[in-house]
Design a protein around this ligand. Sequence first.
Ligand SMILES: C[S@@+](CC[C@H](N)C(=O)[O-])C[C@H]1O[C@@H](n2cnc3c(N)ncnc32)[C@H](O)[C@@H]1O
Length: 162
Amino acid sequence: MSDLIEPSSDPLDALRGAAVAAIPIELAGQRVLELGIGAGATTRRLIAAHPKAEVVGLDSSGAMVFAARELGIEVQLARMEDPLPDGPWDLVIAVLAVQCLDQTQIKALIRRVRGHSRALVIGDRFDDGEQSVSLSAAALARSCDGALDWRDGSLAVVSATY
Ligand SMILES: C[S@@+](CC[C@H](N)C(=O)[O-])C[C@H]1O[C@@H](n2cnc3c(N)ncnc32)[C@H](O)[C@@H]1O
């Protein structure tokens, strides 16, 4: 993780840092789409680690879109279930976002990403009841032909390259 981001004992910040560390490709001048960008807590880490990446975010919440635009990047009001914004993308990343989708929607999203991006990183909470991804981290890794990169209890990061 970049020195520009303060280390944190917050497990969700550790997850965000692990997701950025798991990015499997070089991002200088490359196009990144972040799904469920929220207020940009992961984005700040990504930009600090990859300052030359061209990051576009999307979120289904207008309030979050406005908040993330404070980072000075393009952020679209859109849903992960809908067609991805025009690519192609070098990386699609989603942290604490796919937990908002059901299993069928996650698998459909993975198929869409595969057709439009060179790499995928998903960091989320798994196997932990209500606010968690509806399939295991291992099953998600299998679904996207990827690998489990990091795990801390119910939090995990999966990445894939295509
Ligand atoms: C827990 S926040 C995570 C935000 C950020 N990725 C982070 O690391 O902190 C989940 C975000 O996903 C957004 N979201 C939920 N369902 C969504 C959907 N179907 N399509 C796009 N964004 C969605 C929410 O509005 C929220 O901003």
